[in-house]
Design a binder for this molecule. Sequence first.
Ligand SMILES: [Zn+2]
Length: 328
Amino acid sequence: MTNALQPDTASDSGVLARKHGLRLGIDIGGTKIEGVAIGPDGRTLAHWRTASRQGNEAVLEDVVRVARKLLGLVHQDRGIATVSLGIGIPGLVDSAHGQVKEAVNLSIRRMDLGPQARSALGMPVRVENDVNAAALGASRGLGLPSVAFINLGTGLGASIIRDGRIIHGASGCAGEIGHVPVEPHGFLCKCGQRGCLETVASGSAIQAHWPHATPPLPDMIAKARQGQADAQEALDLAIGGMATAVQIVGVSLDPDAIILGGGVTRTGPALLELVRSELARRGRASGFVKSQDLPDRISLAAPDRRIGAIGAALAGAVDDRDPSKRTQ
Ligand SMILES: [Zn+2]
């Protein structure tokens, strides 16, 4: 567990930040909960990290405890009003109603997390899917109107941020590109289809195709460089899937930037270079692909453990511009 009162040089730009008081953000993961308090000027005034626990009751208790801890660390006598709490959590999230379903890592089948946290804490609460929150955190400070975030975690999916807001789509599945079937005779996916992107380029797929090391990708890259054919084959499959994910996002959203994040990207710059060279290779065969400058548009998310909590804080307050969308 750590805590600190620590200024953060990154700050929100524009008028929006000044309208806000203290924004709390809590990112709930399968093993830890990360909380941040962001001040009116966009600086991180406090953060707190603790182990997460399973089940509806424990999750609510922990959210309330972390929120109160953050408020205590910021010292409310500074006179900063608390305006909101944003929560990022895995699973199927209905942000409009603050409802979470199937957060299996936390043993939650269904929970009205937003309304429950709101009544316990007495502040507006917004709940977002954790990847969407991380995307918002990763896009912060870039000053770009549209950013896509491709999460290469256990699964594979993209989140879309436009003008500082998460785009959910009509049914909440905007960006679920992991379940685009790209190989009709490919591996069976848990969604019922065959050959989904998620079956080749997600963290769990890469591990399944290279069970010889954990994490698999750095070992796979090293062995491929040594000329080991099966490593090269597994690597080509994974990198090809990632490049396809970038292309899908590129043509469907045409965002200013595409950020690769999630556990798989801890492999670091070697991974980015491989995806870039695959996209460049495809560009050499197609003027259409080349014209999109995809290798230059992709980058890796900063390895900041607090990106999800910061994004949750931003998500919690962002709907000030649209009060009808706020969970009350
Ligand atoms: Zn699928």
